[in-house]
Design a protein around this ligand. Sequence first.
Ligand SMILES: Cc1cc2nc3c(=O)[nH]c(=O)nc-3n(C[C@H](O)[C@H](O)[C@H](O)COP(=O)(O)O)c2cc1C
Length: 482
Amino acid sequence: MTYDGLRTFIAECDRLGEIKRIDGAHWDVEIGALSEVTSELIPEPPALLFDRIADYPAGFRVLSLPVVSRVRTALALRLPTELPRMELVRRASRLLKSQPKIPPQEVETGPVMQNVMRGAEVDLTRFPALKSHRHDGGRYIGTGCTVSVRDMGTGYVNMGTYRLQLHERDLLGLWQSPGQQGRQIAEQYWKEGKACPVALTFGGDPLVMMTSYTKFPWGVSELDVAGGILKTPLSVIRGPLTGLPIPAHAEIAAEGEIPPPSEEARAEGPFGEWPGYYSGGTLGTGENQPVIRIKAVYFRNDPILLNMSPQWPGAPHQGPRISSGNLWDQLESVGVPGIVGVYVHNSFLTVIAIEQKYAGHARQTAMAAMGCSAIARLNRYVVIVDEDIDPSNLQEVVWAMTSRVDPIRDIQFVDDCWSSPLDPRMPPHKKAKGPYTMSRAIYYAVRPWEWRESFPKVIRIDKADREMILEKYGSSLPFPKM
Ligand SMILES: Cc1cc2nc3c(=O)[nH]c(=O)nc-3n(C[C@H](O)[C@H](O)[C@H](O)COP(=O)(O)O)c2cc1C
């Protein structure tokens, strides 16, 4: 199939029955609420493609839950769709680690340039930006978005995903957690009293989105990683105003600048956040937040806005998080042996399964994990489990945490770690003044090394027996595919 960004992905989803079309929903809470209920109640939920959205012409669409299923995560990463969840994470880790990176290729033009608004014509209210949660303080055009800025010294272009509030036709609000690479780059310009040039996309290939929200080391280009996974350079247009790369098949893109907050800033949010609370933006620190002045907008005919606004994290059916693969790769890169599974459940909880090789191995794994950039910010709990526990299966994990942990010996605390003002547990005085740090706990939910051989045997049937049963009775009983 010829590459066409998000549209290729949607065509593949259609082929596999992974998408449902819904007409006539409202941008004001209804789309957000339906997306959340879907991921709460339907195992391996479909993506939702909304059209004829209230107040908007047909064709101006929104795609929700793009990668909230095992199959769609695999599709986005160009991996086989039949891979089980943990194998998918493993393969994602290998892709991120060993796939040779391929820089993007500049092209003259592309579908994103089918429609152009410049200067006074700029009007971002033409797109069905969502208010996803009832108490959100505004509409957000950017949740499934990318924000690209150029490092002043080296020219390296960093891409990250940070939510974008629609303040006015040509003005967006930006919220970046302290320490984000994109924010560090903007601060370089502000220090010199300059506005930071920026290029945005509000919808496009979910693969590019995934690289955008994955934490790579400083200097690694997200577009190069995406090209590597595609095995062909991503086509980009040199932004006419900023010179920044814009994926040629993006649905909607924009160029503009982020002025120093001392020159212009606005109240931002409240916004229903990833941790599941209203805890960030101006509500978090009391400070106005940066804005982006939009100078030009480019969009495809019948554009599709990508909606990745947070779902309540307690909803059971979240898509596999590829930061799990990223962490797996980082742990192996620093020489941690014997890892059999890694799973990042939400902003706060990471579980790692190891085959214990020597005394102290579990502690080495936990200490290394806490320092890895994949989870270094905001993660609160690292749980180390034995190889018989599937780290992606919370029921197995809780069983290990409750049956293999002697609380006084096996829970370890570490203080003053990197956090974010959107941590709901950060006390108000600390949010107001910083430092934005938190304490963490490690659960060693493993059989104690010294007497692991005499630890009571588990009664559960083993993997081979399970597979035999699934094979034999799979057609008579509705066993789900893991
Ligand atoms: C859908 C989505 C929305 C996100 N929104 C924000 C945000 O508003 N602010 C933020 O600091 N990080 C946000 N993140 C996390 C960052 O995208 C992520 O930490 C990324 O690695 C940052 O890139 P950087 O380190 O290159 O700046 C979001 C992640 C996802 C998946």
